[in-house]
Design a protein around this ligand. Structure first.
Ligand code: NAD
Length: 360
């Protein structure tokens, strides 16, 4: 019964001498009792949000990430770095002027020495896709930018987790691991966290079920060779292959290929119409940042270096991993079907080909 009360509630109570004893009622034994404050103190972690986040690249993605973090109250301090200093200052001012309407957070423009005591450095600087351009076409420009930035970051910190968002994100995550010299669990890419969210949203529309009750993962490259692990998709705990025949709506069989293509190509359509994607990626980054800053042990499909998992070596791509304060805590080995495994391996090969082209 005690576990029904949230940790935050217990901790707040434990530190507040003005509140009377906190009672519990045990449903099984039909007994009411008092929770001792040391019980609350000993409840494990999910640390409060005191983190400092440095964002390199204050363009559409970086500034929207800062905005989402501000609204969520997910950090104590946010520093924006951009080669266009005026832009970083303007974005920091604009965000700060909303202070009255959001939880307190200090937002400023800064420079690389600000990384010294950062918990998380997010890199979203570089060229963005033009309409019709693939993510991989950005590679040569953005590998150079990533190298310059990562080297400046590690001059000031070896402790922060580095989150790569600039595209092509899997190749750049691999490059950042190489250029930083940091432990591989500490350098991650935003990967397919956004694509997995798009999949769950689109399935929720199709099946008319809350997206939060649908679980499913997009794996591989964040880009054209990504694939959906359909064998792992569940709705309300039911495998999708069992859910659809049992659903009273009797809609036509799920056209999986079509839905996967919609997920894969959605960024192209958005960029065609508005020039960038920023809102959902800003929220996905906030989700990843929160998992790190609050030590959440969340399962997310970030891009991480594989060394043998799924039969893959020396490539960064997205598979489900457990994320916490130390970055990637553990890589999960999903039981994929043979065709899914082949699609994942093909995606890894597509990423490696680009890595070789740019000499990584
Ligand atoms: P943008 O052009 O709006 O912003 C890029 C910013 O980077 C600019 O403000 C620019 O001044 C800055 N910049 C460039 N070189 C720099 C350097 N060396 N040092 C510091 N700042 C530098 O672009 P955007 O729409 O914000 O996209 C940024 C990146 O994020 C792109 O590569 C885009 O493809 C990628 N992106 C990734 C995802 C994802 O899910 N991984 C989603 C959307 C966009």
């Amino acid at each position: 019964m005690r576990h029904i009360l949230s940790t935050a509630c217990l901790r707040g109570h434990a530190s507040n001498p003005h509140i009377g004893p906190l009672l519990f009622y045990d449903l099984q034994s039909d007994v009411m009792g008092e929770i001792q404050t040391q019980d609350a103190a000993s409840i494990p972690q999910a640390s409060s949000c005191t983190g400092k986040v440095v964002i390199v690249g204050a363009g559409a993605v970086g500034s929207t990430f800062a905005y989402a973090m501000q609204l969520r109250g997910a950090a104590r301090q946010i520093v924006l770095i951009d080669r266009n200093r005026e832009l970083a200052e303007a974005e920091a001012s604009d965000l700060s002027h909303g202070a009255l309407f959001a939880p307190p957070v200090e937002i400023t423009a800064g420079d690389y020495p600000d990384c010294a005591d950062a918990d998380l450095v997010a890199i979203c600087a570089g060229s963005a896709q033009k309409p019709g351009q693939s993510r991989m076409e950005l590679v040569s420009t953005n590998v150079g930018i990533c190298k310059t930035i990562v080297r400046q970051v590690v001059e000031h910190t070896s402790k922060a987790t580095i989150l790569i968002v600039t595209n092509p994100v899997d190749v750049l995550t691999y490059a950042a691991i190489k250029y930083s010299g940091l432990p591989t669990n500490q350098v991650i890419g935003s990967g397919t966290v956004l694509d997995s969210a798009r999949l769950r949203y689109m399935l929720s529309r199709h099946c008319r079920v809350d997206a939060r009750n649908i679980h499913g993962y997009v794996l591989g490259e964040h880009g054209d060779s990504e694939m959906v692990a359909w064998s792992a998709v569940t709705i309300g705990g039911m495998a999708i292959g069992k859910y659809c025949p049992a659903c009273p709506r009797h809609c036509p069989p799920l056209e999986q290929e079509q839905l996967a293509a919609q997920v894969r190509d959605s960024a192209y359509h958005i960029i065609e119409a508005k020039g960038a994607t920023n809102y959902a990626v800003g929220q996905a980054m906030t989700h990843i940042a929160t998992a790190i800053l609050r030590n959440e042990n969340s399962v997310l499909t970030v891009s991480t270096l594989l060394n043998g998992e799924y039969g893959l070596h020396d490539v960064c791509l997205s598979v489900p991993v457990i994320i916490n304060r130390s970055g990637v805590e553990r890589i999960l080995n999903l039981q994929l079907t043979e065709p899914e495994l082949q699609a994942l391996q093909a995606s890894a090969e597509a990423i490696k080909n680009v890595q070789r082209e740019v000499g990584l």
